[in-house]
Write a protein that binds this ligand. Structure first.
Ligand SMILES: [Zn+2]
Length: 251
């Protein structure tokens, strides 16, 4: 159904309201133009100790599993990027920072939650408390910048991605992993964390994210074999997360 609600990305007024589950009262809309899927009821929340140990379950109970997932993703990034300094934006308790460090990257993270940043530092990881919209790093610093299920939380995609672009060295890569709007649970209106959280401002599709990054001077560089595997998974709606790698054009 088309509603008179403008897409925050392209301004198109033609969109579809994605009906919600009884548990999920949020207003998700899908743009007919750029395929952005956004939550009109987005609300920032405080990422305090409660978030990490209470209402969202205890994050660190499955630390090893999360680090292992991180290592698998680092290997994908390694196919298209050089080793060097890596920044994980919205790094939570440092799972991906730990994974990248184990695989030879000079890895660090930035995390808005003081609690999670402090927790990661106690694990011996280099994690600063800071905002994804204002990174405190000089231009052209990192070989790789990553968002592991964090970009959907930031509220202002443009501002955060322009910061990622700024701190990436020319030829460096950004890797984005985030909830997939084409996942079957979302299409069939089942309970799915990707769209049940008011602090998720968007869920992604490959079409949207590729075009969005290309329009911001990134070049899509997903490794071919891996890309084909994800293409198949996405085609049958089993891909929980969209994964896109893109390079900051050199010079
Ligand atoms: Zn749009």
């Amino acid at each position: 159904m088309t509603r008179t609600l403008k897409c925050p990305n392209c301004g198109c007024e033609e969109n579809r309201h994605m009906a919600t589950t009884p548990e999920c009262k949020l207003g998700w809309y899908r743009c007919a133009g750029c395929d952005m899927v956004w939550n009109k009821d987005y609300n920032l929340r405080e990422y305090n100790e409660d978030y990490f140990t209470g209402c969202a379950g205890d994050y660190d109970d499955c630390r090893m599993k999360r680090v292992a997932t991180g290592m698998r993703r680092v290997l994908i990034a390694r196919m298209v990027s050089k080793k060097g300094r890596l920044l994980d934006i919205g790094c939570s308790m440092g799972y991906f920072v730990e994974a990248a460090g184990k695989l030879g990257y000079d890895a660090e993270g930035v995390e808005i939650s003081k609690y999670a940043a402090e927790y990661a530092r106690k694990k011996g990881l280099k994690v600063n408390c800071g905002d994804a919209l204002n990174l405190s790093y000089p231009d052209n610093t990192f070989s790789v910048v990553t968002y592991m299920n964090s970009l959907e939380h930031v509220g202002d995609l443009d501002k955060s991605l322009s910061e990622a672009y700024r701190v990436l060295a020319p030829g460096g890569c950004v890797m984005i992993v985030g909830p997939n709007a084409n996942y079957w649970k979302m299409l069939t209106k089942q309970s799915y964390h990707g769209w049940e959280k008011p602090d998720h401002c968007v869920t992604f599709t490959y079409k949207f994210l590729r075009n969005y990054l290309t329009a911001r001077d990134f070049e899509i560089v997903n490794p071919p074999v891996y890309s084909f595997f994800r293409f198949l998974l996405n085609a049958i709606h089993l891909d929980k997360n969209v994964t896109v790698l893109a390079r900051k054009k050199a010079g």
